[in-house]
Design a protein around this ligand. Sequence first.
Ligand SMILES: [Zn+2]
Length: 167
Amino acid sequence: MIKVLKKFISSFIQNVFIAVMITIITVPVLVSLVTGTLDALIQYLSFNAPVWMVLLCTLISIIYAHFSRSKEPKFIEPEPERFLIEDSDFKWRVIDHKNGYSSVDQIPLCFVHESEYVLTPGNQYICRESIGSNCKAKIIEPSDLTFYWNMAKSKANSIINKYETKH
Ligand SMILES: [Zn+2]
């Protein structure tokens, strides 16, 4: 939102600046035309050539920058998408970063309850709902967690990059 506002303000200021510059250059010429003193103005300007040359160059470069920038395609960063995938009898939280990459939470969710696995004092990961109730979901040994996580990351990547086999 602030980015958009900043862009708007900077282009607004630039437009005002261009308008002022055009006025500075055209108004004396028009006034001279009306009052019939164009020759006098040209003489005056030729004495002050460096001044209006600088003004003209500035104006041209601003107009050029303005138009070359407006041709740039407006790039809006896509919002990352969050979803769950199923792998190895667990559910995994995936973030699709919309740039060909995904990330997967290292701790899975229970397949049945969709609640997070927790580490017990006995050093095993269990569904948090299995404390006090009965959950038949798999228990994870910490040494297996990385393997399951790698499997899930691989699956998430193949889901977000849906390449087709070329024959
Ligand atoms: Zn469970």
